[in-house]
Design a protein. Structure first.
Length: 448
């Protein structure tokens, strides 16, 4: 009808004939409007343009997956070091806490008593060490130290110093006395030596007179007797000198030995006291640390996720979890479940946009990230105890956490549900029409 050659029915004779024709014939011979003749061509043109647009136009291929925010770091578990009585709970669920903020306090009675006792012991040992150093001469008493606050050690220092000086003075006196005796003995030796020489000369003179018969033999023998006595005294004096010299050496050795033994005992006591003080200092450090740990503090900026079911006055066992904190500064990732039909299109490094259910993306925008990992095996979904399809787990690294139209900082916490859209490539528009046709043709006309 549309391709039939049009007839010219516009003449006056034709119009007269059409007036007497039946209606159907009149409509058939009525001339067609010009716009109707162009409709087919316009439709064909539109179909061609649509086909060309669908062939050369491409849209993003997006894999949509649901999931939640997670952190690669584990949650922070705060627990007491040892058994104690819960004194206060200073935070509540969902509260944002800063690093070092007190979460709870335990009763410090026992740990405080241990620390106080060790502090007193450490001060006492420090004073003892200082006293022994003064005794050994390694330190002056005027130097400030722990000894000033320990009257017992001060009194002991005075007593031991007095005993030391008294014994040393006694030994020095013995040496001086023996040295004086040695000096006296040597003076006596000189006198006896002179007398012995005089008597020997006198004896020779008497012997000469007796030989010449000018003197009596009795006087000669008397002089000889006196010479022998002096000679005996002189030899005794020489022996006494040797004895005194040996006694002086023995007294000096005793004095030096007393000094060495005194210093040795002081050094042994000092070594033992320093060793005990070191041990007490280590124990004191542990006791003070235990006393500090009665206050449970947050190790990082975090949000309180869980609080143990305890009340003030409850007994807390050692290492019993009391708080679970979610760190705020920890890096976040989106853990999404990718359908097994879509996992083949994913590649590590694909860009993704993340929509937070908590913050509508129409108002606050979306987060951006990149796909980091895809699990090597599939997991089965469970529905009513039965498998309901397989999925793979993907991890998306989140870049900036900034959201639009926020009155304050947006706290992104692990567990928030998200929807991720990962761009995996391009696809032509016509493929959406061709792929179903190709699949239908491929699966049709098959015998079962």
């Amino acid at each position: 009808m549309f391709f039939r050659k049009p007839t010219d029915n516009s003449g006056p004779h034709d119009k007269l004939i059409q007036a007497f024709l039946p209606d159907a014939r009149a409509i058939e011979h009525r001339p067609r409007p010009r716009w109707s003749q162009m409709t087919l061509y316009l439709l064909l043109l539109m179909m061609v343009v649509a086909l060309l647009w669908a062939t050369f136009s491409h849209v993003d291929r997006v894999v949509v997956a649901r999931g939640k925010l997670v952190t690669p770091l584990p949650n922070i578990v705060v627990q007491p070091l040892e058994i104690g009585i819960l004194k206060t709970i200073d935070v509540r669920l969902g509260q944002v806490v800063n690093k070092g903020q007190v979460l709870a306090t335990l009763d410090p009675t026992f740990t405080g008593a241990d620390a106080s006792q060790l502090t007193v012991r450490e001060k006492s040992l420090s004073a003892e060490v200082e006293r022994l150093q003064i005794e050994m001469g390694n330190r002056t008493r005027e130097a400030p130290g722990s000894l000033a606050s320990q009257p017992t050690q001060n009194a002991l220092l005075d007593e031991r110093r007095a005993n030391y000086e008294s014994r040393l003075a006694q030994l020095n006196e013995t040496v001086q006395r023996l040295e004086a005796s040695l000096t006296t003995n040597r003076a006596q030796q000189s006198t006896l030596k002179d007398r012995l020489a005089s008597l020997a000369e006198l004896e020779k003179m008497r012997e000469s007179l007796v030989e010449k018969q000018f003197g009596s033999k009795a006087s000669m023998l008397e002089v000889r007797e006196r010479r022998l006595e002096v000679e005996h005294d002189y030899k005794q004096s020489l022996n006494r000198e040797n004895e005194i010299a040996r006694e002086i050496l023995a007294s000096k050795a005793e004095r030096d030995n007393f000094r060495r033994q005194w210093r040795q005992r002081a050094l042994e006591d000092l070594t033992a006291a320093e060793r005990q003080r070191s041990e007490v200092k280590e124990q004191l450090g542990k006791a003070q640390r235990r006393n500090e740990l009665v206050q449970l503090v947050s190790p990082a900026n975090a949000v309180v996720l869980e609080i143990g079911k305890k009340s003030v006055g409850s007994v807390i066992k050692d290492a019993e979890p009391l708080f679970v904190l979610v760190p705020l500064d920890a890096p976040l990732q989106a853990e999404v479940e990718v359908d097994s039909a879509d996992v083949g299109d994913l590649r590590v490094g694909d860009t993704a946009k993340i929509k937070l259910d908590t913050y509508p993306f129409q108002k606050h925008g979306m987060l951006e990230g990149k796909l980091q990992t895809v699990s090597a095996d599939a997991f089965a979904r469970q529905a009513n105890g039965q498998a309901a399809g397989a999925y793979y787990i993907g991890r998306i690294d989140i870049g900036s956490r900034k959201l639009d139209n926020m009155s304050g900082p947006a706290y992104l916490l692990p567990g928030m549900t998200v929807t991720s859209e990962m761009v995996v490539g391009k696809r032509s528009v016509i493929s959406y029409f061709l792929y179903p046709v190709i699949r239908t043709l491929d699966e049709a006309l098959r015998e079962r």
